[in-house]
Structure formats: C-alpha cells, structure tokens
Design a protein around this ligand. Structure first.
Ligand SMILES: Cc1cc2nc3c(=O)[nH]c(=O)nc-3n(C[C@H](O)[C@H](O)[C@H](O)COP(=O)(O)O)c2cc1C
Length: 174
C-alpha cells in the first residue's frame, strides 16, 4: 500500500525571515521615473516583472507612501529604466540614500524621453516607456500594471557590458 507523505507544517515566516530569504535572490535594479507639474521624479525598484508580450505589459510594486507613486498615478505614465553596471551611485540616489530629491536626482546622467514624456536614461540596458493601465493594492504596496508603448535605452549591448543587480543587500555588476 502507498504511504501518504504528510506535508511538513510550519508557521508562516515573519517579515525579517522573508526579507532574509529575498536578500539571497539576485534582482535586476531599475529606476522607475515619471514627470508631473513639479518636474521629474523617480525611485529605485527591484520589484519589477514582465507580465505579457501581447500587448507588451510590465508590473512594478511600489510602497504606498512613495512620493513617486503619487506622481505616477496623477500623470498616468512611467518608465522603467534597467540599470547597467556602474550605476550604483544612481541606484543609491533614487533610493533616497544620498539626501538628493526631485529634479536633482537626474543631474548626474543624460536623460531623454519617448512618447509618454517619462524620463529615459540614455545608458539604460533597456527602458520600458509605459502607460498606466491598472493598479492593485496588495499588503503595503500598490502593484502598477503598465502597457509598454515605447522602448529606449542604450540598445544592443557590446560584449562585456554588465547589468546592475542587488544581492545580499549589496549592488554588483554582472
Ligand atoms: C535595491 C533597492 C530596491 C528597491 N526596490 C523597491 C521596490 O521595488 N519598490 C519600492 O516601493 N521601493 C523600493 N526600494 C525603496 C525605494 O527606492 C525608496 O523607498 C525610495 O526612497 C522611494 O522614493 P520616493 O518616496 O521619492 O518615491 C528599493 C530600494 C533599494 C535600495
């Protein structure tokens, strides 16, 4: 007779254990940007994923107190700029770790824009220019769904080009 394997029951992990597990996962680092009456604004985010290619659709999960979130919801547009290696400083600036806010965050690099007007980083590995099509509140965050209406960034990457990842609570170029 086949023995039934009993599933091991464990208590749901608390937030610190969850964060430690997630810290072991390598994630691409992005700057999510938009523009409003107060000018350009953006934040560093790793909670970004592709949803579909037909139509091209992405998601980003943003903490509800974020100042950038409020501007994205008002403008209805955002751009996901995926960072190359060498942009650790930019990731720190847009994560509010350098005491630099608003327009001043954009001063150290070249930015342009596509159809939506959201800032596009010239040296981005890829930039996904999006129209906001849906938003869902989940726990402490708001998950934004964007239809990709334009692509930008540096284009085809030369041999040896690197991407910026976050792993073990550190930035690395891979
Ligand atoms: C590596 C890294 C990844 C991050 N990923 C996210 C993310 O996916 N979503 C989010 O809401 N905040 C994320 N943050 C935190 C925001 O960048 C940070 O709270 C920022 O200051 C928000 O800026 P704002 O209030 O000007 O929008 C991340 C920070 C770091 C350093």
């Amino acid at each position: 007779m086949t023995e039934l394997v009993q599933p091991v029951r464990r208590a749901a992990p608390d937030a610190p254990l969850y964060r430690d597990a997630m810290a072991r996962v390598a994630s691409a680092v992005h700057i999510v940007t938009t523009v409003g009456p107060g000018g350009r604004i953006g934040l560093t985010a790793t909670a970004v994923a592709s949803v579909s290619d037909t139509p091209p659709t992405v998601l980003v999960s943003i903490a509800r107190p974020s100042r950038t979130l409020a501007v994205i919801e008002a403008s209805g547009v955002f751009c996901i700029n995926t960072l190359p290696g060498g942009c650790e400083d930019l990731a720190e600036i847009f994560a509010s770790r350098r005491g630099i806010d608003g327009e001043a965050r954009f001063a150290s690099r070249h930015w342009s824009s596509l159809a939506t007007g959201a800032p596009v980083l010239a040296e981005a590995v890829a930039a996904f220019d999006c129209r906001l099509v849906a938003a869902h509140d989940i726990a402490t965050h708001r998950v934004l769904i964007g239809e990709v209406v334009g692509l930008g960034g540096a284009g085809a990457q030369p041999a040896g080009a690197t991407s910026l990842i976050y792993r073990g609570r550190r930035f690395e170029a891979v």
